[in-house]
Design a protein around this ligand. Structure first.
Ligand code: AMP
Length: 217
């Protein structure tokens, strides 16, 4: 039962890889970004509270995201866990240690997706998903086969994240550099960090991650 963190700036490919791992292995994807977007869509009090913060590209409070992770971790006690977009601050990293140890789990790897930041803006501002089945696409890199029709479910409705605009993306990167990157040494000291070149294709990045998880890298 592996517990891993995918770490990297917005658009590095964490969500894509986490979703793939969840589909292929007995692991659950714990994405705080997805959980917060769900909270917003359902109109819950938490959703209302985080809306403006997310739209500005800033980080929501450590207490809120840590509580969400704890709840979700308990939905499958014998599944491995892929932390995607969490932890993002040192306080969250410490809170995660506690959440894991309380449940008899331990962190196996922190996989850093190393990417060229300039390319990220293009990656992020072009991405969109099918509104019905959630399949991810990109205007330039992965368009639908038939324009306007989802390859997987045939839906003609798509959505874009409101925070995937250039100005907010720049702010999200700034937050990453200021608050998230500095947690790497916390894990480096424990020998947990492995770096993967995140600029390759989805398949190549996936193969590099698989090799780490399978102990062949
Ligand atoms: P993401 O989908 O991971 O890019 O997250 C989208 C937005 O949700 C971020 O820009 C933050 O506003 C918020 N968010 C997601 N995860 C966290 C976290 N672990 N800590 C604080 N804010 C978060």
């Amino acid at each position: 039962m592996l517990n891993i963190i995918l770490l990297g700036p917005p658009g590095a490919g964490k969500g894509t890889q986490a979703a793939r791992l969840q589909a292929e292995r007995r692991m659950i994807q714990l994405s705080t970004g997805d959980m917060l977007r769900e909270a917003r869509a359902s109109g819950s009090p938490i959703g209302e509270k985080v809306k403006a913060i997310m739209d500005a590209g800033e980080l929501v409070s450590d207490a809120i995201v840590t509580a969400l992770i704890g709840e979700r971790l308990d939905t499958c006690v014998d599944c491995g866990a892929i932390f995607d977009g969490f932890p993002r601050t040192r306080a969250q990293a410490k809170a995660l240690d506690l959440l894991l140890s309380e449940r008899g789990r331990k962190l196996d790897h922190v996989i850093e997706l190393a990417v060229d930041e300039d390319a990220l803006v293009t990656r992020i501002t072009g991405r969109f998903t099918c509104a019905k089945c959630g399949t991810g696409y990109h205007d330039s890199f992965r368009p639908t086969k038939v324009p306007g029709v989802c390859d997987v479910c045939g839906s003609t409705e798509f959505k874009r994240r409101p925070d995937d605009n250039e100005q907010t993306v720049r702010k999200r990167m700034e937050e990453y550099r200021a608050k998230t990157q500095p947690i790497l040494p916390y894990y480096e000291e424990r020998g947990l960090v492995r770096s993967v070149n995140g600029m390759g294709s989805v398949e190549d990045v996936g193969a590099a991650i698989d090799a780490i998880l399978d102990g062949t890298a």
